[in-house]
Ligand binder design. Structure first.
Ligand code: ADP
Length: 264
């Protein structure tokens, strides 16, 4: 069996999410690159939009269902430019760490219909993995057959590729310790949930909410709804705090740091 690990780097950790103009968090990325280098398996690394994606998307009316398609289409150049800038910065840092990264943007290979993926050519991703590269891809804006353009989130891509490419592991890095009984930003005392499985998924979903106001992709709730589509697959899945050093490398070594494991 070919092994493949997919790691999503949350935009809140790899960028300064509230910075305008958008700014890359180099310090975190240099550390994350070293942790990724400890992986013994091929990697697909998926970048969240953070400051680069969400501000431009919000400005052009993504996240508001009444925005006309002409206005959404006008947002494509600036969102694409920002996400390319972020992905090239990450590519440089990963390559300095010896990860042989290549950026493959979803805009070139994915089409959407009413915000859902209608086509995503994974053959290029497969070829790059087989060639020994680390594939870097990211949340992006894509053409949408019914809406003109839509945002394809890094979380949705991570889950889609995990399923299509039969990944062995999927690790979703964010700025909190996984899933909690309530949003820890509104209740810092909220209890941590170690495992989500079929016995508690419904109650957990009722408590997981969106992210900040400018985030157009849905926060923790959407992550869980997406991950739920992987039920029945033998895959090691965890949501963890990428902002804390060594949590990622612990997962990559097959151990369990503080995180939320998902077993369906
Ligand atoms: P990223 O940018 O890292 O992908 P998001 O901002 O999209 O992350 O989603 C993570 C955010 O979801 C957290 O920072 C938190 O504020 C929010 N959130 C809402 N409900 C919960 C919950 N029950 N448990 C954990 N986080 C939650």
């Amino acid at each position: 069996m070919n092994r493949l690990t997919i790691v999503k780097l949350g935009g809140s950790v790899i960028t300064y999410k509230d910075s305008s103009p958008p700014k890359v968090n180099r310090e975190n990325l240099l550390r994350i690159a070293k942790e990724l280098k400890t992986s013994t398996e091929p990697l697909i690394v998926i970048l969240g939009g953070g400051a680069h994606g969400h501000q431009a998307a919000h400005k052009h009316g993504f996240g508001n269902s009444s925005t006309p398609s002409e206005q959404l289409l006008k947002g494509i150049p600036s969102i694409r430019h920002n996400m390319s800038t972020l992905s090239l910065a990450v590519e440089e840092i990963l390559n300095e760490a010896g990860l042989h990264g290549v950026v493959l943007p979803p805009f070139l290979v994915a089409s959407l219909n009413n915000k859902e993926i209608s086509n995503f050519q994974t053959s290029l991703f497969q070829k790059a993995i087989w060639s020994g590269f680390t594939v870097i891809t990211h949340g992006d804006v894509c053409f949408d057959e019914s809406l003109g353009a839509s945002i394809l989130s890094g979380d949705t891509i991570a889950v889609y590729l995990a399923k299509e490419m039969k990944a062995t592991s999927l690790y979703i890095g964010t700025d909190v310790d996984g899933v909690l009984e309530e949003d820890p930003k509104t209740n810092p005392e909220a209890a941590h949930i170690e495992i989500i499985d079929t016995t508690n998924i419904d109650s957990v979903l009722g408590k997981a909410g969106p992210s900040s106001a400018t985030d157009v992709t849905g926060g923790m709730e959407k992550k869980l709804v997406d991950i739920f589509t992987l039920s029945g697959l033998a895959m090691d899945i965890a949501i963890f705090n990428l902002g804390v050093p060594s949590r990622l490398s612990t997962l990559l070594s097959g151990k369990t740091p503080p995180c939320t494991r998902i077993r369906f």
